[in-house]
Structures are given as C-alpha cells and as structure tokens.
Write a protein that binds this ligand. Structure first.
Ligand code: FAD
Ligand code: SIN
Length: 540
C-alpha cells in the first residue's frame, strides 16, 4: 500500500512539550537498566523504551553470560579467548575492563536476586564456541536474558528516582553548541523535547536490517542512526555477526537454537545426514561463530540446500529437555521434537560489533552523550564477538557509562536554555518527501542486505546495494512523526554505513568476509570510521 508519509514539519504542529530530568537513558535492556541503576542515587533518571520493557534483545538472550568465575577458569584466559575471537581488532584495554570487572558485576547481580542454574549449591557453567573453558552462566536452562532483565527491573524499581516511559520512540538528539542536551521523543501522538544533563544511548542492535535475523522487532539500529545524525563518530560497521543456527521451517519464526546446544554436544549435519564441521575446522562445531556460519553456507551451496541440520538425537533425552526447555517446547510447536528429530537450521543476522564509538567510560565524541551495550562500539568484540560476552559487556559498560554520566550532574544551563530552541537536527523548512511505500521499502531493504551485504560480500554485490540505498537518500534526510517511518529512515542510514564500511574494507577479517579479497588486506588492523559530512576514514 502506498500512503503519504506522516511528514513532520516542525512549524506545522504545536511546539513540542518540554520535560527536564537529570539523566535520560534511551533503552531498557541490560545496558540501559544497569546505567539507570548506577545513576539512581545521583539524580532523577528517565528510562525510555520504544515498546514494552520486555521487548529487547536482552529479554531473548538464551545461552548465557560469559564470566571467569569457575574454579577451572581465570580472567586472563577469558581475556585471551575474547581477543582471539575478535581476530586482531579488539581494543585490549576494553576487553581487560570487561573480563576483570565482570565477575564483580555478576556477583552483584546475584546479590540483587538473579538466579543462575546450579549443580547443588555451585554455579553451573556451560560451554560455547571459541571458549576454552566452561564459563557460561545460564538461567532456567535457556532463558538467561529474561532472568537478567527480571533482576535488573526489580532492582530499578527500588529507586523512586527512576521513572520510565514505555512506547516512547526517540526521534533525534538535541544538540546545542556541539553538546547533547536531550532528545526529541514521540510518545503517542505527542512530541516531547526531553532535556537532560547527560543522555545515555542504550538502544541495542540492528538485526532487523536483515530479512533473516534472530533479533526482535525493536532492533532497527535507531541509536546508531540518531547518533550519526547528531555528529557522533561511528566505527567498525562492516562487522555483523551471523549466528549459525536458527530454525528453518515453513511457518516457523527464525527462532534461535542456542550455541550452548553445540557446547553440550549437538553436531551439525548436511541434508544427507553427514557431519561436516570437522572438515572445516579442528574445533569442529565449537569453532568461532563466523567460521561455523561460513562452513554452513558452503555446505548449503555444495548440497544445493536451504538449510543444514542440528542434531541432538544422540544426547540423553531428559537432559536435553531439562537443559533447553524453551527451545524444546518452541520447536515442538512446529512438530519438531529436538530429542528425536534433527532440526533444520540456517544462519541469521545476530549482532552488530560496530556502533557508536566510545571510550572506556561510555563517552562518545559528543559531549554529554554516552553509549553502552550493543549500540556502542567499545572495541570489546573486535571483528567477531565471543559468544555470551554481550550481556556481560552491557552490565560492565552500562555501569561504567552511568558512573561517568553522573559527573555531568553539576552541568549548568540546561534548564535556562530550554524553551527558545528546538532540536537542531530537525530541518526547519525541508520540502516534503514524495509519497513512498514505507513497508515495501523496508521489506526490500531487508532482503537486499541479506543477499548483498550478508555473510559473504564482494564488490559486485556491494555496489548495487550502495546504489539502491543512495536512491532512497531522500528518506534518510526527511523527518517523520511515526515510528515505522522513522525506523525506516534509521534502517536506511545504518544500511548505508554498513555497506560503505564493507566496501572500504577490502579484505576479510573476523565476521567481515569479502569473496573478492579473501586475505586480510592492507591496513587490516585499523578501524573504519564515519562521521556526518566527512569522508569515511581509517582510524587506529
Ligand atoms: P537491548 O536489550 O536490545 O535493549 C534495547 C532497548 O532500547 C529496548 O528497551 C528498546 O525499546 C530501546 N530502544 C531502541 N530504540 C529506541 C528508540 N528509538 N527510542 C526509545 N527506545 C529505544 N548475548 C549474550 O551475551 N548471551 C546470550 O545468550 C545471548 N543470546 C541472544 C539471543 C538472542 C535471540 C538475541 C537476539 C541476542 C542474544 N544475545 C546474547 C545478544 C544480547 O542479548 C544483546 O546484545 C544485548 O542484550 C543487548 O543489550 P542492550 O541493552 O544493548 O539492548
Ligand atoms: C546463543 O545462545 O547461542 C547466543 C549467545 C550469544 O549470542 O552470545
């Protein structure tokens, strides 16, 4: 259906209403909630979520949280595994901060009521790909994210200083004199300018840019696009992680089959029932995620199939049901009994390693703007994230960003400057964009990204993708008053950044694989960086 866009001309509506808080946290997943809790004793905190609080990647996390807490593990081994998975592009100081501080934040979370699975009284740790130790804590078998979220929400509720707006869609940041002083937010039919002494972006990832993804609907890359429009530096956008195993069955959702299943002994077989991973890598099914994903693609091409199989049928049935209760019951809804049937699986977009560049304290290149969690690029994940490191990153860097943002409390002038200026990012008199079919463009974009900017890229696929996206530039430059159209604008902006970064990196590193440049390429140890109105550049 083609319909006229709900074009947002700042002069044609009543001026936005105004609200001021000390700290504005955009996002209510692990990173946003942890930041909010850190800030709660310092001033008033408003947490925004664009849907319900439980619609976040955090809530869907299955496998667990990696942390060096078991007797057989050490912080330095977690460090080494993370660096190795990151394929040469991790920022070592960020990894060190995460693995060293991680155990403390997990024990704190447990003290707040988070329950992780135990064997007797001892915490139970599982294995995932590219880890050399069993170090993944999990909850209710395969519902770790829900438990983390439950504990954080419960803790946040104990602070009267924290309030929440659900279904509050952030349109743009308010920037004044190169400082971030708040955000423009769509709440119902109203636009509100929310002013704050510090703004923390914790909006999660961008999986919805791909037609196959494990991610929930909220992951449209809003935070990255919003920060880019505001002038923040965006880095490492070519690195998209594709999870090897999501359900591939007619009528079924692209439901994740946790890597922990392979950690517990599940194997991958091609459509002829032959196990193939040992031929691709010595660690077989437990090789790093990018290796397993590409091996699956090769096997699918070789056998002319749309999927491979994940096979757990050799494992003890009761163990499988108890260890993976959510996955067991979900697959059963689609007539697949994972204890008896091999499960058809195919890779899907899962995580974005790049994002808004931050330092170790969550500070971005814009004063007053902080970022944490999947929207941020701390450098912890390098070119390929080690499984189950992102919940940990969200906790550690959410808290770190919160600590640093608290220092903005004494910033002066926000309230005084409020009324006379509105969002400098919303163009004051742009000509309305032509009518366009937002839903059709969204769907075409998701397929384009999957086919041309997906697991395997090359110049021949990337250039047409660039041209297609550039033709929709008018949408990226417009402003809208509806969530769907604003999301499309953000998705196009993030797609543009991913595609340009993928073209810039003429080499294959980590999750970025160029079939026309299979070796690492020149300057492979550097990072791609983007800033509005500037040419893309390589940074160290
Ligand atoms: P999210 O948890 O995604 O939260 C984003 C928040 O931002 C939401 O509240 C959303 O409403 C809000 N938001 C977004 N845009 C706007 C906007 N414009 N305005 C207002 N609010 C907005 N990682 C692990 O470490 N271990 C795992 O086992 C694991 N399993 C996973 C399983 C699945 C199916 C998926 C999808 C991911 C998994 N991950 C896992 C990755 C991990 O869950 C995420 O990287 C992490 O939870 C991201 O947390 P976050 O706080 O950055 O963002
Ligand atoms: C999984 O359970 O396989 C997801 C883990 C992760 O993405 O970290």
């Amino acid at each position: 259906m083609t319909y006229p866009s709900k074009y947002f001309n700042i002069h044609t509506i009543m001026g936005p209403s105004i609200k001021t808080v000390d700290f504005l946290v955009i996002g209510g997943g692990v990173a946003g909630l942890r930041a909010a809790i850190e800030l709660a004793s310092k001033g008033s905190v408003l947490v925004l979520t664009k849907d319900t609080i439980s619609e976040s990647s955090t809530g869907y996390a299955q496998g667990g949280i990696a942390v060096a807490l078991s007797d057989e593990d050490e912080v330095c081994i977690h460090f080494e595994d993370t660096i190795k998975a990151g394929d040469g592009l991790c920022r070592e100081d960020a990894v060190r901060a995460m693995v060293e501080e991680g155990p403390g934040y997990i024990l704190e979370l447990i003290s707040w009521g988070a329950e992780f699975d135990r064997e007797g009284s001892r915490l139970s740790f599982t294995m995932e790909a590219a880890h050399t130790r069993r170090r993944i804590l999990h909850s209710h078998g395969d519902s770790t994210g829900k438990e983390v979220e439950r504990a954080l929400i419960k803790k946040a509720r104990t602070y009267p200083s924290i309030s929440r707006y659900d279904f509050a869609f952030t349109l743009d940041l308010i920037i004044r004199d190169n400082k971030c002083v708040g955000a423009t937010v769509l709440r119902g039919d109203s636009v509100i300018n929310i002013y704050a002494k510090a703004v923390i972006l914790a909006t999660g990832g961008a999986g919805q840019l791909y037609s196959r993804t494990t991610n929930p609907m909220i992951t449209t890359g809003d935070g990255i696009a919003i920060a880019y429009r505001a002038g923040a530096q965006i880095v490492d956008m070519e690195f998209i992680q594709f999870h090897p195993t999501t359900l591939y069955s007619r009528g079924a959702p692209q439901f994740l089959l946790s890597e922990a299943m392979r950690g517990e002994g599940a194997v991958l077989k091609n459509i002829h029932g032959k196990r193939f991973m040992p031929e691709y890598h010595e660690m077989a099914e437990l090789a790093s995620r990018d290796t397993v994903t590409r091996a699956i693609v090769s096997e699918m091409v070789r056998t002319n199939a749309k999927h491979v199989y994940l096979d757990l049928t050799h494992l003890d049935k009761d163990f499988v049901k108890k260890r993976f209760p959510q996955i067991y019951s979900t697959c059963l809804q689609y007539d697949i009994d994972i204890t008896e049937d091999m499960v058809p699986v195919c890779p899907a977009a899962h995580y974005i390693m790049g994002g808004v560049r931050t330092n170790l304290h969550g500070e971005t290149s814009i004063d007053g703007l902080f970022a944490a969690g999947e929207v941020a690029c701390t450098g912890v994940h390098g070119a390929n994230r080690l499984a189950s490191n992102s919940l940990l990153e969200g906790l550690v860097f959410g808290a770190r960003a919160g600590k640093k943002a608290a220092c903005c409390l004494n910033k002066e002038g926000i309230e005084a400057a409020v009324p006379e200026q509105v969002n400098s990012n919303i163009k004051e008199d742009p000509s309305p964009p032509a009518s366009f079919d937002a839903e059709k463009i969204r769907s075409s974009l998701r397929q384009l990204m999957w086919k041309k900017v997906g697991i395997i890229r090359c110049e021949k696929s990337l250039v047409p993708a660039r041209n297609w996206i550039n033709k929709r530039e008018f949408i990226m430059n417009a402003s809208f008053q509806s969530r769907r159209e604003s999301e499309l604008r953000n998705m196009l902006t993030v797609a543009h950044l991913i595609t340009e970064a993928a073209l810039l990196r003429k080499g294959s590193v980590g999750a970025h694989y160029r079939s026309d440049f299979k070796s690492r390429g020149e300057q492979w140890e550097r990072h791609t960086a983007f800033e509005k109105a500037k040419a893309p550049e390589w940074i160290d």
